[in-house]
Design a protein around this ligand. Structure first.
Ligand code: FEO
Length: 398
């Protein structure tokens, strides 16, 4: 379903209605996704990015219906990850020999590493220009947004920024513009994408956003490589990225736990009750991590000022679900959040300290001493949990 975006740019990608997990099983995609590829038609004709590998054949066949393949003069590979480069081998076999592939120096490494092909790579850097006839492409390297190889480009005249993964979202849709889709769904997918993928690179993102704004480009369209095209007030997503990259916090706390026989669950519920009692204006999220979608939990942690994690002690350690969550949190490098560990135990009781230590290693400020209960919590222990929640709420208010 190719469609025109601006006088010289068309979308030639693939909507994937079925995909429910990305990066293997790491990242949930409840609403599907799209792999956005673009065709620029001018004095020179250029394909920008391709699609995920399983759709490579369909992509090249559809492209051939849009334009004779022998009239394509160049390909731009903004990023080596397979959801955008997966169609390159089939495309390059179909194009004229020695068709140039414009990309960053790091993308030469990632593309050669993935495909072991020696295409006619043309390395570009920030500020380099490619004259297409009536228009020019201006390249901007986007390192760590979100790979070292990432690249974006701006098409003069049409005022289109082709941003690759930056500003994208996993959202399959029949309509491909930001103002035509459900706004709550759109922003939920945008913040989830940032929280789970871009948070560790917030500082680089902030610097790059300022650099791109400093170029003073007049932008009518931001065309990312996933999800909808930003056309109505396209810079709204750039403003959101500024907010999210700056130690983002809403007035929210998350209680995340796992439980074997319900003791830690009762503690979690009592802490959540205390948080609510302490500040009714505080949004409180409560998750059994083993029974929840991890990418959604990470999104709520990203939005929170505080994270309290509960786990029983098992063989002097943690349950699998909580250990995995803590590993992910360490990599995401959240900023300006407080946290602590709690839990019920029967024998040795190490889990709250292990959690608290790991949160400290991950950059969390430790929020006092959270409750630790031997066997099942009684009324007194649950009252202590509520009191802890209340104290934490007071701290978050200040
Ligand atoms: Fe980093 Fe959409 O791939």
């Amino acid at each position: 379903m190719a469609f025109g975006i601006s006088p010289h740019v068309s979308w030639i990608g693939k909507v994937d209605w079925e995909i429910r997990a990305f990066h293997g099983e790491e990242f949930s995609t409840h609403r599907g996704s799209t792999y956005n590829s673009y065709l620029i038609r001018d004095g020179k004709n250029v394909v920008v990015d391709t699609v995920w590998t399983p759709f490579a054949g369909e992509f090249v066949r559809n492209l051939a219906r849009e334009i004779p393949l022998e009239s394509i003069d160049a390909v731009i590979a903004n990023h080596g990850e397979a959801d955008h480069s997966g169609g390159l081998p089939e495309l390059m076999r179909a194009l004229r020999p020695q068709t140039p592939v414009y990309c960053t120096a790091n993308a030469v490494k990632s593309l050669k590493g993935h495909y072991h092909a020696d295409w006619n790579f043309q390395v570009v850097k920030t500020g380099d220009r490619l004259n297409l006839g009536s228009r020019e492409l201006v390249f901007v390297e986007m390192p760590m947004l979100h790979w070292p190889d990432s690249l974006a480009e701006y098409l003069t005249g049409d005022k289109v920024l082709l941003s690759n993964d930056a500003f994208g979202q996993h959202l399959a849709s029949e309509v491909m513009y930001n103002d035509l889709v459900d706004q709550a769904e759109l922003y939920q997918e945008c913040i989830k994408y940032f929280a789970n993928i871009l948070t560790p690179f917030s500082k680089q993102a902030e610097k790059k956003l300022s650099e791109v704004e400093g170029l003073g480009l007049d932008i009518d369209f931001i065309c990312p490589s996933h999800g909808v095209i930003w056309h109505k007030d396209p810079l709204q997503i750039v403003r959101k990225y500024h907010e999210w990259a700056a130690a983002y916090r809403e007035h929210q706390a998350t209680v995340a736990y796992d439980s074997m026989w319900g003791g830690t669950r009762k503690m979690a519920e009592a802490i959540a009750q205390g948080l609510r009692d302490g500040d009714p204006s505080l949004a409180v999220k409560l998750y059994n991590v083993a029974r929840s979608d991890r990418s959604d939990v990470i999104t709520e942690i990203f939005r929170s000022k505080a994270l309290v994690i509960g786990c029983p002690t098992v063989t002097r350690g943690l349950l699998y679900s909580i250990a995995g969550l803590l590993e992910e949190i360490k990599g995401l490098k959240f900023q300006a959040k407080v946290g602590a560990g709690f839990g019920a135990y029967g024998w040795s009781g190490e889990s709250p300290k292990i959690i608290t230590d790991r949160l400290a290693e991950a950059g969390f400020e430790i929020a006092g001493e959270a409750p630790k209960v031997m066997w099942s919590p009684d009324d007194e222990a649950l009252a202590a949990c509520r009191a802890y929640g209340k104290e934490l709420a007071a701290r978050l208010r200040s």
